[in-house]
Design a protein around this ligand. Sequence first.
Ligand code: SF4
Length: 344
Amino acid sequence: MDNRDLLLEVKNLQTHFRVHGGVVRAVDGVTFQIRRGQTLGVLGESGCGKSVTGYSVLRLVRPPGQIVGGELLFHRAPSANGAQRGAVVDLVKLDPFGREIREIRGAEIAMVFQEPMTSLDPVYTIGDQLAEAVIHHENVSKQIARLRAIESLRRVGLPQPEQAIDKYPHQLSGGMRQRVMIAMALICGPSLLIADEPTTALDVTTEAQILALLRELQADFGMAIMFITHNLGVIAEMAEEVIVMYLGSVVEQADVKTLFRAPKHPYTKALMRSIPRLGQKSHERLNAIQGMVPAPSDIPTGCPFHPRCPEAIPGLCNVKLPPLIQIGDRHTVRCLLFEENPTG
Ligand code: SF4
């Protein structure tokens, strides 16, 4: 990979929560990279640390959560406010309330959430909220900011943007609110968009429209997307590269075709078996993954997946923590089955 393509390098990120005298290791040694313009899918069940990883990148984790280790090397855009050409910033070292992260958040790294109502303010019109984002990051007049807001609403396909701009969030449908969120996220032209289950609350038709819109905007603006989801269909449609997370760790990473054609980690394989296949008879049962994701405060010994793993080796998997093993070109897996000498 050409180093100039690198946008974000996440190295051994650890984000923990101190609760009731114990420590919840929500993200526990996560490493991955995102290149400019790339879509990285982050896949896993609820409670696997996907969202906390996204919040960590934006430095939005609040007490009792804290980043306790690792690096988040963000390669700033050459034209970014005052940034030197090619400047690399370790986001972990920034004050989460300081000037530099506020400059980056929204302008260079933006986020869309599952439920837009949690991030849209119900007492302000969507126009005010969009314009505020522009005024905050760029020194423009209210009038220019309003024009930019109308243009961005038009770009995300909101009908009659000149009228829609003066509406309040509750006057829009769920799909339209999500379009507004995307407009707000993209209004300053970020180089990275973190999309956290952005279509989970939507019906299937609206979901398809929002995914198509994101792909279209990505092609136009060239931004990278970190797409967090539990939905394999969405991953197949959106991602080029995928990391699969389980209990705060990356257990498999591969390009999307390899992951779907030849998943290697027993957890990834179980996820694949749990989705309906084309041509599957309606009476055939889907294979749900056995058991539940354990509480992150109660991570099993050895391989954290061993209590649910159909391929677990007794006496080994419950004792030994598997390392991340390279099994192909840009294909890694965290499983003892792939170690040359697993008992060594
Ligand atoms: Fe299953 Fe063992 Fe591999 Fe863990 S290390 S995924 S328990 S086979």
